[in-house]
Design a protein around this ligand. Structure first.
Ligand code: UD1
Ligand code: CA
Length: 452
């Protein structure tokens, strides 16, 4: 059976108190709506229809994709009205309704729900709540068969004691949907066209309403304000931390670890507190990451060590290489096996060969540095003349004296040396010593100035 998915995302989200449309607020670095679309994709639908309204242009711009079809709901007249806007684009025999502000529903839960839907049956996802205030209530007869959903505001006192709430997530047979939506009325407490009214219509038409229950309440929680957004964030992070631990990662404190992207991990990886992983990160066996590191779009090869307070983006550490504490590796920083970058060293588009070292206080940009080369403290590659960038190339076994300025473009041959404090403006041949500094002179009997 083919599947169309409709995601409702037109609401304003007043309680966010934000200029940003609610569904664009992020959980784990990705907008809530993007989470829902990604989950929807895993169900291989024919088409994903996103109903937009408030902030429509921005939502469309941020989430445009070939498989996503945006439908405008100019006025928000209710969830039933919202789905009706997508109706002209729906062709499949099963339709799944999701919400742009309910980001963390598991694919497995939705698969179970879809298995319940057929031409003669609806699948309804419900949740048992400690406090069901605000939720539509699931009305069952004495035999336990679902009859209807009554919205909280329309419910009687007796109905309000029902703890089984409507998640809003629903799988319906496409062939009936148009008929039911066409018959919705807005004569209710909120004056809205309720999607939930299709349940009673389905029952009247002789269809069965089969329910599935979400395993965890957080899976079906929507974010109406920033407090709920933070709850979803924590739930997501707890799940991410648990998954990594089951894969062989030691997290010194799983409550102080944040994943804002995707990570693949090897075994016996150790991650200290307050580490943030962003984008796509690859961490191989035996890697150690110290406290307070931010690592984005980077690859850490087997046994690499990132010491505390380091910041990596678009970087690669070779096997057994190490950096930090307080290292800054910018895009294109690449350390060969066993290479070492120490504190207050910034690398950008710089490749260090096997065993090369830059221990302290350096800027190495647009540089190629050969194996075993040693960069003294305070070395700077002067790679930018204010208009263009130039490259610094060093061979193997080069020794750069402390506080050298290497004015690019410049090349230093294998085994070359620079004297401390040199400004190197010309290429240095292999094994030569470059001294580019004023010669020292001493003035005997020098009198220091005294205060007048
Ligand atoms: C809805 C359900 C309720 C359920 C609850 C779960 C209805 C009538 N009620 O109530 O049974 O327990 O969700 O949270 O469906 N939206 C639109 N266009 C509209 C109206 C809503 O896109 O015209 C979107 C909103 O942006 C929101 C979602 O649909 O993401 C739910 O709408 P909301 O008005 O918040 O419904 P609830 O009152 O929470
Ligand atoms: Ca709601």
């Amino acid at each position: 059976m083919s599947l169309d998915i409709v995601i409702l995302a037109a609401g304003q989200g007043t309680r966010m108190r934000s200029a940003l449309p609610k569904v664009l607020h992020p959980v784990a670095g990705k907008s809530m709506l993007a989470h829902v679309i990604d989950t929807a994709r895993q169900l291989s639908p024919r088409k994903i229809h996103v109903v937009i309204g408030h902030g429509a242009e921005l939502v469309r711009e941020r989430l445009a994709a070939d498989d996503v079809d945006f439908v405008l709901q100019a006025e928000q007249l209710g969830t039933g009205h919202a789905v009706a806007q997508a109706l002209p684009h729906i062709e499949a025999d099963k339709v799944l309704i999701l919400y742009g502000d309910v980001p963390l529903t598991q694919v497995e839960t939705l698969s179970r729900l879809l298995a319940q839907a057929s031409d003669s049956q609806l699948g309804l996802l419900t949740v048992n709540l400690a406090d069901p205030t605000g939720y539509g209530r699931i009305i069952r007869d004495e035999a336990g068969i679902v009859q209807a959903i009554v919205e909280h505001k329309d419910a009687s006192e007796a109905q309000r004691t029902i703890r089984e709430g409507n998640t809003g997530i629903l799988a319906v047979p496409g062939k009936h949907l148009g008929d039911w939506l066409g018959r919705l009325s807005n004569s209710n407490a909120q004056g809205e066209y309720y999607l939930t009214d299709v349940i009673a219509m389905a029952v009247a038409d002789g269809l069965v309403v089969a329910t599935e229950t979400a395993q965890e309440e957080m899976e079906v929680l929507g974010a109406n304000d920033r407090i709920q957004l933070a709850q979803l964030e924590r739930y997501y992070q707890q799940r991410a931390a648990r998954r990594l631990m089951t894969q062989g990662v030691t997290l010194l404190d799983p409550a102080r670890f944040d994943l804002r992207g995707e990570v693949t991990v090897g075994r016996d990886v150790q991650i200290d507190i307050n580490v943030i992983l962003e984008g796509k990160v690859v961490i191989e066996d035996g890697v150690q990451i110290g406290a307070n590191c931010v690592i984005k779009d980077s690859i850490l090869r087997r046994g690499a060590i990132v010491k505390a307070n380091s910041h990596l983006e678009g970087a690669e550490l070779g096997e057994g290489a190490d950096c930090g504490p307080f290292a800054r590796l910018r895009p294109g920083a690449k350390l060969g096996a066993k290479a070492h970058v120490g504190n207050f060293v910034e690398l950008k588009n710089a490749v260090l060969g096997e065993g090369a070292k830059a221990g302290h206080l350096s800027y190495l940009g647009d540089a190629e540095i050969g194996a075993r080369t040693n960069i003294g403290a305070g070395t700077i590659t002067c790679n930018y003349d204010g208009a263009n960038k130039f490259k610094t190339v060093m061979g193997e076994d080069v020794f750069i004296g402390s506080n050298s300025s290497l004015v690019a473009p410049v090349t230093l041959g294998d085994g070359a040396t620079t004297g401390a404090g040199s400004t190197v403006t010309q290429d240095v041949p292999s094994k030569a010593l470059a001294v580019g500094r004023a010669k020292q002179r001493n003035i005997e009997g020098w009198k220091r100035p005294t205060k007048k």
